[in-house]
Write a protein that binds this ligand. Structure first.
Ligand code: G3P
Ligand code: MG
Length: 245
């Protein structure tokens, strides 16, 4: 079985997304890797949060890009999910890399550069990866292909993956042109022929699959990775699928 199970925003079905407790739980469940989202603060610190604003996961409001890290670091990003997690704080990429570097997990950093440009985010992230010697097990993904081109220009050995909600001829052309290593496709666009086309030259990841039917479909099609909020379910189905073969 080649499909790796990647914890989407950590074990986000069971813990507040993109927090240390969500990453720790994903690791203890036995996930093969972790996916997380990266934005830049006003003082150019890469931080892990899904939305461009703090509105949904904190009691504050505003764009990440308009706050310094010092202004953000005391915010509670856990209790929106459950009061039990009131101790969770926004993680910097540094803190995350320091936590993950001695664990056998693959790293999937999604640069959230579709809405804002975040000057030099690619360079800053690559420097962090280099400082932890983690370039080899990291994939940088984005909906913004320009970010992925920049990554390859800065370091051609870092793996990149284009995130896309559909797979058309024009996406196929862009994938080749931008020299990405993989395509991360939204589940609803997954078909046997798309998998076949992508796997001729690239690897395929699928997001975000949380129910048994979708997860099993990805296993059946031999997708290379899946992103899931529900790591235990995906691992259990993976084991069952392997036994059936
Ligand atoms: O990496 C795939 C997935 O994370 C993309 O969507 O919105 O969950 O970041 P989103
Ligand atoms: Mg993401």
């Amino acid at each position: 079985m080649q499909t790796s199970v990647i914890a989407h925003r950590g074990a986000s079905a069971d813990r507040p997304e993109n927090t240390l407790t969500a990453f720790e739980l994903a690791y203890s469940y036995g996930a093969h890797g972790i996916e997380t989202d990266v934005h830049l603060t006003k003082d150019r610190i890469p931080v892990l949060i899904h939305d461009p604003t703090v509105d949904r996961v904190t009691q504050s409001t505003g764009y990440i890009k308009d706050f310094t890290y010092n202004e953000l670091k005391t915010l509670d990003i856990g209790s929106w999910y459950d009061p039990e997690y009131t101790d969770q704080r926004l993680l910097t990429l540094d803190q995350f890399l320091s936590w993950i570097h001695d664990k056998p997990l693959t790293i999937h950093l999604e640069l959230k550069t579709a809405k804002f440009n975040y000057p030099e985010i690619e360079k800053i992230v690559i420097e962090k990866l280099k400082s932890f010697n983690l370039e080899n097990r990291t994939t940088i993904s984005s909906f913004n292909a320009h970010s992925l081109v920049t990554v390859k220009q800065l370091n051609p050995f870092i793996k990149t993956a284009l995130l896309t909600n559909h797979y058309s001829q024009s996406v196929h052309k862009r994938v080749k042109e931008y020299k990405v290593d993989g395509v991360h496709l939204k589940f609803r666009a997954l078909t046997p022929s798309v998998v076949k086309t992508i796997q001729k030259e690239h690897y395929i990841g699928v997001f975000t699959v949380n129910d048994s039917k979708k997860i099993n479909q990805c296993y059946k099609l031999n997708c290379d990775i899946i992103m899931t909020d529900n790591v235990p379910l995906a691992l259990q189905l993976r084991e069952e699928y392997e036994h059936e073969q």
